[in-house]
Design a protein around this ligand. Structure first.
Ligand code: MN
Ligand code: MN
Length: 465
């Protein structure tokens, strides 16, 4: 070990500077794991968030309110798939607000609108995958069924099936290695094809006097579905059903230093954001925490960040206090609270070591995302980077920088660009993740905790004046 340099600096393990934070991180992650198991889909996540918010004193936002009072807490439920939590600050809204925006949708397998079929006495569901999955990862893992399905009479049922130990699971098959000579010649991308992601759902024919019943196995599954939920085959046309890994969030490692779970991108940022927002009492600036949908398919639709839903709510707020929402935006700052890819020593070639993020080195500040020359990226300014770094340094938050892999090796984006186009300073800040978008993503408890500390530090932001 040489003498410590006066000028150079390394990004180091969190425990080098915050020596005693593991117990607090471990405790924080107990709540996180519970949150994950209760919130596998965006609908379930919105339920969890609004339930917790109500207990914490949030009231449903009324756009016809006559005034806004410092300390008031409001929630907005956008179609049960996205949520906004607001804490009114002491400062006028035209001085700007502190946005924290994470997303609560994750890659998964959605059912097609006419999903059921039978082939050679096995009943299946057809799926259309949602978001960027590596298709070969999804066969032979236990799956559970989640979602909402409407009946002809307008009523609906919410399904959450296959999560409890007592409940059956579902699975996609793969070929045995003995017969995989031809399949092995496929590229990894095509190892399992989209139309091969068929979920096994039954194998017993319905018992009937009538030997002529067609597709008797499928018929039997339909009967079970009718007896259990009162739904018929056509009802899948008015449904949103998602299949996700049936695993539970778990500690990883002999030292219990990590968490594995499905859907950590991006609920590993949503949970710390939710905790920081709920604990935000009587702030100077108004805080607006958004838990958005559809990020994984480009933030589309009226529950994604391309929609007006957040900005319409901001206009409603501005109208109540009679300010111009554009004045609010130009003085606001937004954390696009999303994950980054952690450096993986096993796949070192994909990363540029000096600019990759690492697990256990703290919350990741991502100046730009995008692909091929920062294309499609928000690319935060030096001024915005400086502001956020100062807020974190002042509160002793351990942070690191991160770039999404080597130049020209791939890329990606976040919600950042949909916010910055409103003339709002925006920057990506979140947790580094290993095996991102897989059925079982891996994160570090210390990083999760310091991300929470970063969001708390951010909500102290009073602006420049
Ligand atoms: Mn994400
Ligand atoms: Mn993602």
């Amino acid at each position: 070990m040489g003498k410590k340099s006066e000028y150079a600096s390394d990004y180091e393990h969190i425990l080098k500077s915050d020596k005693n934070c593991f117990d607090a991180a471990n405790k924080f992650c107990e709540g996180y794991k519970q949150f994950m198991d209760a919130s596998k889909t965006e609908r379930e996540c919105v339920n969890t968030i609004i339930e917790l918010a109500k207990k914490c004193g949030y009231k449903e936002f009324d756009k016809n309110a006559k005034s806004l009072n410092a300390g008031d807490k409001y929630y907005v439920n956008n179609r049960n798939k996205a949520a906004i939590l607001i804490t009114i600050g002491k400062e006028s809204l035209d001085k700007g607000v502190n946005f924290i925006i994470s997303h609560i949708d994750s890659p998964r397998l959605d059912l097609k609108p006419n999903p059921m079929y039978e082939s050679d006495d096995i009943a299946y569901f057809k799926t259309h995958y949602y978001g960027g999955i590596r298709k070969y990862q999804w066969p032979t893992v236990p799956l559970s069924m989640h979602g909402r399905i409407f009946k002809a009479d307008g009523s609906f049922v919410d399904i959450n099936f296959g999560e409890k130990d007592s409940e059956p699971k579902f699975v996609i098959t793969d070929l045995l290695p003995h017969l995989a000579e031809e399949q092995n010649k496929r590229t990894l991308r095509e190892g399992i094809k989209g139309e091969e992601l068929n979920i096994v759902i039954g194998s017993i024919p319905i018992s009937t006097e009538d030997d002529e019943v067609k597709n008797a196995v499928k018929e039997n599954v339909l009967k079970i579905l009718y007896d259990t939920y009162g739904i018929k085959e056509k009802d899948f046309a008015r449904a949103e059903i998602e299949f996700v890994p049936a695993n539970k969030a778990a500690d990883i490692g002999f030292d219990r230093s990590m968490v594995a779970a499905y859907g950590q991108d991006d609920k590993v940022c949503a949970y710390p954001a939710l905790m920081a927002e709920m604990e935000n009492r009587n702030p100077e600036k108004t805080s607006v925490a958004v838990f958005t949908d559809k990020e994984e398919i480009g933030s589309e639709g009226n529950t994604g960040m391309v929609s007006e839903y957040l900005f319409a709510t901001m206009e409603d707020l501005a109208d109540i206090v009679d300010i111009k929402v554009r004045d609010c935006y130009r003085n606001s700052i937004c954390l696009s609270s999303d994950v980054n890819s952690a450096y993986d020593p096993t796949f070192a070639d994909a990363f540029e070591k000096r600019n990759a993020s690492y697990i256990n080195r703290g919350v990741v500040l991502t100046k730009y995302t995008g692909h091929a020359g920062k294309s499609g990226s928000n690319d935060a300014s030096a001024e915005t980077m400086a502001k956020i770094i100062k807020l974190m340094d002042d509160q002793k938050v351990v942070w690191q920088i991160g770039e999404l892999g080597k130049v020209d090796i791939g890329g990606g984006g976040t919600i950042a660009k949909y916010v910055s186009q409103r003339n709002i300073d925006t920057i990506d800040l979140g947790v580094p993740v290993l095996s991102m978008h897989s059925p079982y993503e891996l994160t570090s408890k210390l990083d999760i905790y310091h991300t929470y500390l970063a969001y708390k530090a951010f909500l102290i932001n009073k602006g420049e004046k």
